[in-house]
Each structure stands twice: as structure tokens, then as C-alpha cells.
Design a protein around this ligand. Structure first.
Ligand code: CA
Length: 233
């Protein structure tokens, strides 16, 4: 099973905990990005488009609650809070900050990684559910997942089933990087021949149909060494 090749922002001022969390994330195929403070976390969240934020509640500059609130004001990125005590977890939950999950310290890295997977699975499902109708570039490109129709400047685009599934998976989570293996798993299915280059060929054909300039793709972007992502905004 392919793992998402996405960045995970780790906001934790205790170096030992941060290192352990990062090494487990790396081992599971994620790209950890460690910061030690809240202000830095907010900058990194905007700049680096993480797929998930692991956020310590007690930070030296801003309280974790405040960081979570500000993250939420700008994005739907899932947040897992790290709390110092079990009581804190209850308190944080009661504040309704919009964190997706809580893990009380001390935690086992394996326990945290299980939460990471569960939260990512859940948020991908929600994003796909909400992605029934999507419009990009002021109506330049429109997708309707129910009718499976794709329109470019109002005109129906004729896509192959593989191109259509690729587009729907990518567009359901703008900004999220999908590895070629993950796209094979999620969009092309078990009958797919499994060659990474075939993913590239489908993407190339897709760009010919939905991009105004396929050589300068606005929607389906290549992320060098990682895979593809659908542009945000
Ligand atoms: Ca701390």
C-alpha cells in the first residue's frame, strides 16, 4: 500500500520528542518538517502546504490553542494536538478548537502514527465527499463528481476513465502531493500495468485536454521527485 508523499508539519519545542516523531514519519514515507514555535508554524503552514499538522499544546511563544485557531481560520489542514497530560486532552477537546485528534504525552510513536493514518484517511474521505462540484480559475475548469462531467470554459471535455479518475483524485485535495504509486492505487486501479511512466502519459494527455497551455500547466502540477498535485486556489 502506497503512502502519501506529503509534508507533515511537526510543531514541538522539545527536541527529543520532535526528533522521534520526525523519524517515525520519515519511516512511514512522510516528509516531516519540524518547527519549535507557533509563529514559525503558521509561516510554515502557509509556505509548505502540509497535509497534516502535529501540534504541541505548550509552545514557548504562542499557545497551541491559538496556533490551531489561526491555522483553522486559513485552511482545512488536519491537526493532531499533543498534550502534556490526559486532563489537557479533555480541556482542549472542550474548547472546540477544531483539532482532528489529540494524543496525550507520554505517547508511543506507534500510537501517534496510527492516529496520523486515521486522521489522514478521514480527511481525505471528507475532502472527496465535499468535492462533488468543484470550480477552478473563475469557472475556467469545472468538475462534477456525480455526473462525472468536466468542463473547460463551459465546454464538455472528453476524458478517458483513467484521466477522469486521476483528475478527480488530484482535484479533491488541492495542494496535496500524490506519488505516482498512490495515483496508481487510487485512480488507476488493480488492473493497471503498474508502470510509473504510464501515470506520466495519462497526466500528459489530461493536460492536453484541461490546461490552456499544457506546457505551463496551471492545474495539474509536477512536483519534482515526488509526483503530482492539483494547484491550490
Ligand atoms: Ca512543549
Amino acid at each position: 500500500m502506497a503512502r502519501p508523499a506529503g509534508r507533515v508539519l511537526v510543531v514541538e519545542d522539545e527536541p527529543k520528542i520532535s526528533e522521534v516523531v520526525c523519524s517515525y514519519l520519515r519511516r512511514d514515507g512522510y516528509e516531516p518538517l519540524a518547527v519549535a514555535g507557533g509563529a514559525e508554524a503558521l509561516r510554515a503552514a502557509e509556505r509548505d502546504a502540509p497535509i497534516l499538522v502535529i501540534l504541541d499544546l505548550m509552545l514557548p511563544d504562542l499557545p497551541g490553542e491559538e496556533v490551531c485557531r489561526r491555522l483553522r481560520a486559513k485552511s482545512r489542514v488536519p491537526v493532531i494536538m499533543l498534550t502534556a497530560k490526559a486532563e489537557d486532552a479533555d480541556a482542549v477537546a472542550g474548547l472546540g478548537l477544531g483539532a482532528d485528534d489529540y494524543v496525550a504525552k507520554p505517547f508511543s510513536p506507534r500510537q501517534l502514527m496510527a492516529r496520523v493514518e486515521a486522521v489522514l484517511r478521514r480527511s481525505a474521505g471528507e475532502a472527496e465527499a465535499q468535492a462533488r462540484r468543484l470550480s477552478f480559475g473563475d469557472g475556467d475548469l469545472e468538475l462534477d463528481a456525480r455526473t462525472a462531467e468536466v468542463r473547460k470554459r463551459g465546454a464538455l471535455v472528453d476524458l478517458t476513465p483513467s484521466e477522469r479518475r486521476l483528475l478527480m483524485v488530484l482535484a479533491a485535495n488541492p495542494g496535496r502531493v500524490y506519488s505516482r504509486n498512490e495515483l496508481i492505487d487510487r485512480a488507476l486501479g488493480p488492473d493497471f500495468d503498474g508502470f510509473d511512466r504510464t501515470v506520466d502519459a495519462h497526466v500528459k494527455n489530461l493536460r492536453q485536454k484541461i490546461e490552456t497551455d499544457p506546457r505551463e500547466p496551471r492545474y495539474v502540477q509536477t512536483v519534482q521527485g515526488l509526483g503530482y498535485r492539483f494547484a491550490r486556489g
